[in-house]
Write a protein that binds this ligand. Structure first.
Ligand code: GLN
Length: 272
């Protein structure tokens, strides 16, 4: 396809879903990385391409996340398979990964791992570490297992179907979690994209803080001395979650911001 043709497809898509998404969907339909789009030529543009592109624009128009249409999301340093069974990893969650990597650990526990984005990124970055990754959804664990294989860390990852700490054993240097933190009464007002994600990954069906109550209260029993707990939070939840960690006897409680300068992570350490 000639250059005007390519920009024609892009313009047509951009009018329907915006330029950024159109570019990613066009590249996907053509089977190339977005950065390679300008290298496409006429031979790459088949009728099947046009159908695939149109179908993906239609899915995006009704609100389906780009990651579901592509089947993946790039997160931290890797590409993660993403389906409707897991939370679509968000860029702001990379903040939690970076904070977790600021100190050493040999063992980690990722509660409610979903796609495995957090726990598996940490295992990949620390080649000697081992981890337990839990979820309440077997379908989510399947996605996480697939991602562990793809990242080459499956020998160091154990997957457990579990409701927070229920049925778990052992003590860890690091506990991480991005639990559901949207309050039930906030769900109706959210972006329509969220309607395509698992509801149990988004809301606790309560005040948005119930997962933190369990995690903070029980973390001590699963942390090594001087072990760390890091959780992602909604941007208004910092003071409450920090207080829960202090009440649980943890030290060095810190609320960390994301790149938008919003509170995003609360971190604490068990006394040595
Ligand atoms: N970060 C998600 C959002 O607000 C919520 C995920 C969660 O509840 N952990 O879109």
């Amino acid at each position: 396809m000639s250059e005007p043709g390519l920009s024609g497809w892009l313009a047509q898509g951009a009018a329907r879903v915006g330029a950024t998404d159109a570019r990613r969907l066009l590249a996907h339909a053509a089977g190339v990385e977005p950065s390679r789009l300008t290298l496409l030529d006429a031979d790459d543009i088949t009728e099947a391409f046009a159908e695939r592109y149109d179908a993906s624009l239609t899915r995006r128009e009704v609100g389906e996340p780009v990651s579901h249409i592509l089947g993946y999301r790039d997160f931290f340093e890797d590409r993660f398979a993403v389906t409707a069974d897991v939370l679509d990893p968000r860029p702001e969650t990379e903040e939690l990964v970076r904070a977790a990597l600021s100190a050493p650990f040999a063992t980690l526990l990722d509660l409610g791992t979903g796609s495995g984005a957090i726990g598996l990124s940490l295992l990949k970055a620390r080649p000697a570490a081992t981890g337990v990754l839990t979820d309440m959804s077997e379908a989510a664990l399947q996605v996480a297992r697939q991602n562990a294989e793809a990242l080459g860390v499956s020998a160091r990852a154990t997957f457990k179907l579990a409701d927070w700490f229920h049925g778990l054993e052992g003590r860890f240097d690091l506990i991480v979690s991005n639990p559901p933190y949207i309050a039930a009464d906030e769900m109706a007002g959210l972006q329509r994209e969220l309607g395509f994600e698992p509801r149990m990954a988004l809301t606790d069906e309560g005040d948005g803080l119930s997962a933190y109550r369990v995690i903070c209260a029980e973390a001590d029993a699963f942390l090594q001395p001087a072990g760390r707990l890091l959780v992602e939070i909604g941007h208004m939840q910092g003071p409450q979650v920090a207080q829960m960690m202090r009440d649980a006897g943890l030290d060095e409680v810190q609320v960390l911001c994301d790149l938008d300068e919003r509170d995003r992570v609360v971190s604490a350490r068990k006394p040595a």
